[in-house]
Design a binder for this molecule. Structure first.
Ligand code: KIV
Length: 286
């Protein structure tokens, strides 16, 4: 068995009833698609029974690696985390982000990257950012067997061109541009589109216009599904909290409490206690 560049073993395809691309694509206008991000096997294992899609987002650059933006994330990072999430899950469709610089140059570059990501992670689909300018690439990939999830509106890899992580679609001109992006991405063959940080009327218009599943993040309940970054929703990432994030738990505070209690017990020699010690073998010779 070969070993990936990042040192992870390639994942085997799931033997159980894993959701496929056609099942997610078939949810247009139906029961909302539930997507959360995951970057590690233990997190994937916990989320898997509850979600339809696990997204190995390039947000891991900021959330896991402490980077300022997603721009420095590499294909090797995505493959290592993507393979871990596939290994940790059984039911959810796993989608892996193509990172900045790994697909924008040409459709051929995008295909090489996507083929490597799918082969070395075992994931079923890739996600890439961009609208009309990426339509040719999306068509090239989908015609060659690579399922693509699009991503329009606020596209974090374009943070410098957009001038920051701001909501999009506040002017009429911007709304027409983003709607045209959605139509182009859908016509090019994407099975689903993430719509990020756009005002509610635009999200509704996009969802009513395109025949593919829209998955909103900061884009209202008008979309066909929702996604959040798990660390945002669980309070594990608190560098900043976008307005659209809902905190369902404060796991960060729980982790801090663990560190504090452990430190106190170690310093007071209360840990390890008797129940944490290995026993002496009874009647043994050594
Ligand atoms: O990278 C990511 O986590 C994403 C989601 C925010 C949609 O693209």
């Amino acid at each position: 068995m070969s070993v990936t560049k990042a040192g992870a073993r390639p994942a085997e395809p799931a033997s159980g009833p894993r959701l496929g691309v056609p099942e997610i694509a078939g949810r247009k206008g139906g029961v909302p698609v539930v997507m959360l991000t995951a970057y590690t096997a233990p997190t994937a294992r916990l989320l898997d029974p509850h979600v339809d899609v696990l997204l190995v987002g390039d947000s891991l650059g900021m959330v896991v690696y402490g980077l300022e933006s997603t721009l420095a994330v590499t294909v090797d990072m995505m493959i290592a985390h993507g393979a871990a999430v596939v290994r940790g899950s059984r039911r959810a469709l796993v989608v892996v982000d193509l990172p900045f610089g790994s697909y924008q140059e040409s459709p051929a570059q995008a295909f090489r990257t996507a083929a490597r990501v799918l082969a070395e992670t075992g994931a079923a689909a890739v996600k890439l950012e961009g609208g009309r300018e990426m339509a040719e690439t999306i068509r090239f990939l989908t015609e060659r067997g690579v399922p693509v999830m699009g991503h329009i509106g606020l596209t974090p890899q374009a943070v410098h061109r957009l001038g920051g992580f701001r909501a999009r679609g506040r002017t009429e001109a911007e709304q027409e541009t983003i709607l045209a992006d959605a139509v182009a991405v859908a016509e090019a063959g994407a099975f689903s589109i993430v719509v990020e940080a756009v005002i509610e009327p635009l999200a509704r218009r996009i969802t009513e216009t395109v025949p593919v599943v829209t998955i909103g993040i900061g884009a209202s309940a008008a979309c066909d599904g929702q996604v959040l970054v798990t660390e945002d929703a669980s309070g594990l990432f608190d560098a900043f909290k976008p307005r659209f994030v809902k905190r369902y738990a404060e796991l960060g505070r729980g982790l801090e409490a663990v560190a504090q209690a452990y430190a106190e017990e170690v310093r007071a020699r209360r840990f390890p206690a008797d129940e944490n010690l290995f026993g002496v073998a009874r009647g043994g010779k050594g």
